[in-house]
Design a protein around this ligand. Structure first.
Ligand code: ARG
Length: 269
């Protein structure tokens, strides 16, 4: 049981598709919100009951249909016993309404909140994932290239910025995850050639095939030896099982319509 992990999630009380801000979203293909609620409850059950992680909840705002994707709230920094969060500055006005309620939640729970400089877009853990002691950050589609400077200054850690080049994988967490320190699982087609070289030269890698990357295989939550991933990704699932992980799968069909899945729906706090 992985009770050492605490995640922030947001029940989809106001989840819907009301605008199109990524290539997955189409007003013509709105989610079935009843089914989405069921899928979210199952994901919550897997993370809390099957894996044993702690889940905290933030209430969804009625005017913020994408607030369920808590990975974009910010990046929580765990330094000593300080509770600190680097908040996001969303690129799209449609999501900027989420900053205030997320900030309110963090302040209420005793976190010190730092906002990015006004000129810098930054979308939190969606574009920042640890691989061991290195923070890998995605840029171009949502977070700015300059966001990594700001993060490195804030955290005093090694930050590896990688460019995302395909609109279907617009956040780092749609195309990259780290099952264990020093190991990167990623879909190469989402990155420019230089970023691929950087990833290959820094980490041991596991390549995810396009078919499974399209099922959001990389949008997996790593909780020690437990990995929670969207269903429909048998190849990467088998590879991870061979490496000794317990793989849990969740049907995320309704959230995929908004361009998100397991990892987007959770934030490490
Ligand atoms: N519709 C949301 C957006 O386009 C989905 C966000 C998914 N989050 C993530 N961390 N990949 O912003």
């Amino acid at each position: 049981m992985s009770s050492e992990f605490t995640l922030l999630m947001c029940a989809p009380d106001a989840f819907d598709l009301k605008y199109e801000i990524n290539s997955w979203m189409s007003i013509e293909n709105r989610p079935d919100v009843t089914l989405a609620a069921k899928q979210w409850r199952e994901l919550h059950r897997i993370i809390s009951n099957d894996v044993g992680a702690t889940v905290e909840l933030v209430q969804q705002e009625p005017n913020a249909p994408d607030m369920v994707f808590t990975a974009n709230a910010g990046l929580v920094v765990r330094e000593n016993n300080d509770k600190r969060v680097l908040l996001s500055r969303f690129m799209h006005p449609e999501r900027q309404v989420e900053v205030a309620p997320f900030r309110a939640w963090f302040e209420k729970h005793g976190y010190d909140c730092t906002e990015p400089p006004e000129t810098v877009f930054y979308e939190g853990e969606g574009d920042s994932l640890w691989c061991g002691d290195t923070l890998v950050t995605g840029y171009l589609k949502r977070s700015d290239i300059t966001s990594h400077n700001w993060i490195a200054e804030q955290l005093y850690c090694e930050v590896l910025p990688v460019e995302l080049v395909d609109g279907r994988w617009y956040h780092l967490d749609t195309a990259f995850f780290s099952p264990s320190p020093g190991v990167a699982a990623y879909y190469p087609g989402a990155f420019d050639t230089y970023a691929r070289d950087v990833i290959e030269s820094h980490f041991e890698t596991i390549k995810v095939v396009e078919e499974e990357a399209l099922q959001f295989a990389c949008n997996s939550v790593v909780l020690g030896k437990d990995i929670v991933m969207p269903s429909g990704c048998p190849r990467i699932g088998a590879e991870l099982r061979e490496r000794g992980f317990t793989v849990h799968t969740a049907d995320m069909s309704e959230f995929l319509k908004a361009g998100g899945a397991c990892k987007c729906l959770s934030l490490f706090i």
